[in-house]
Design a protein around this ligand. Structure first.
Ligand code: HPA
Length: 238
């Protein structure tokens, strides 16, 4: 028996999660993925409506559970999955805003590294700036699969912001774009730091839902289609 489970945020049993968990921000996307892709999906968590499911995809056991929004939220769920539920791989499947002109809505951006304004690194006792980084193995697999599937995917730095609304975001976004940062989202930095500390693997795959360069946004239908493509990519490397 593992004395750490159930955790304050997850009531699943010890072996209820697969070794790989796909993690959208939105619980409804987790439900969609479980219902449309997984065979024999079983609901293993529903604390706070954060739905977690485990099933199989092409014979492989896979889980999906939402992260909520922002570094504190994904920080809690990924910490508990890596450290208490023996999960080895977490693949975030989220949305992001494009910071650079070559990144268009519906493209896929894969976060090799995550710039951040989050204080999450302070959880680990390091006083400097961090360089949160994805799993090379998952990145390589994702880029190979994307090419095979004919998906336009860009790998590079993303920015995990603590603020969706901010007085200085425009200036900050321009500085980041000049540094080659591809897109803005809100979770990768905490996920990558937790994976590093636990000796586990993480990757963030994002569909571009809006462009902060051109102001273009996707319709709900396009977002759904983009998410479907991304889910298939993530499942293929799970
Ligand atoms: N900011 C943060 N996260 C996001 C955005 C954004 O503009 N677009 C999609 N996810």
């Amino acid at each position: 028996m593992n004395p750490n489970i159930p955790t304050p945020h997850i009531t699943a049993g010890e072996n209820d999660f697969a070794r790989t968990v796909l993690m959208p921000g939105d619980p409804m996307r987790a439900k969609f993925l479980a219902e449309h892709y997984l065979e024999n999906a079983v609901l293993v968590n529903n604390v706070r409506g954060v739905q977690g499911y485990t099933g199989t995809w092409h014979g492989k056991r896979v889980s999906v559970m939402a992260s909520g929004m922002g570094c504190p939220s994904i920080g809690i769920y990924s910490y508990e999955l890596f450290n208490f539920y023996n999960v080895d791989n977490i693949i975030r499947i989220g949305s992001a805003g494009a910071l650079r002109p070559e990144i268009k809505v519906r493209d896929i951006v894969i976060g090799m590294s995550a710039y951040t304004n989050s204080g999450y690194i302070r959880a680990f006792g390091f006083t400097g700036s961090a360089a949160p980084c994805c799993s090379y193995d998952l990145l390589r697999k994702a880029m190979d699969k994307a090419e095979e599937m004919g998906i336009r995917a860009f790998a590079g730095p993303v920015f995990s912001s603590d603020m969706f609304y901010s007085d200085i975001s425009k200036q900050e976004n321009e500085v980041l774009a000049r540094q080659g940062v591809l897109a803005i989202e809100m979770e990768s930095a905490a996920l990558y730091l937790n994976a590093a500390r636990a000796g586990k693997n993480a990757l963030c795959i994002c569909t571009i839902s809006d462009s902060l360069v051109t102001g273009e946004i996707t319709s709900a239908e396009e977002r759904q289609e983009g998410f479907t493509k991304m889910m298939e990519l993530a499942l293929s490397i799970a």
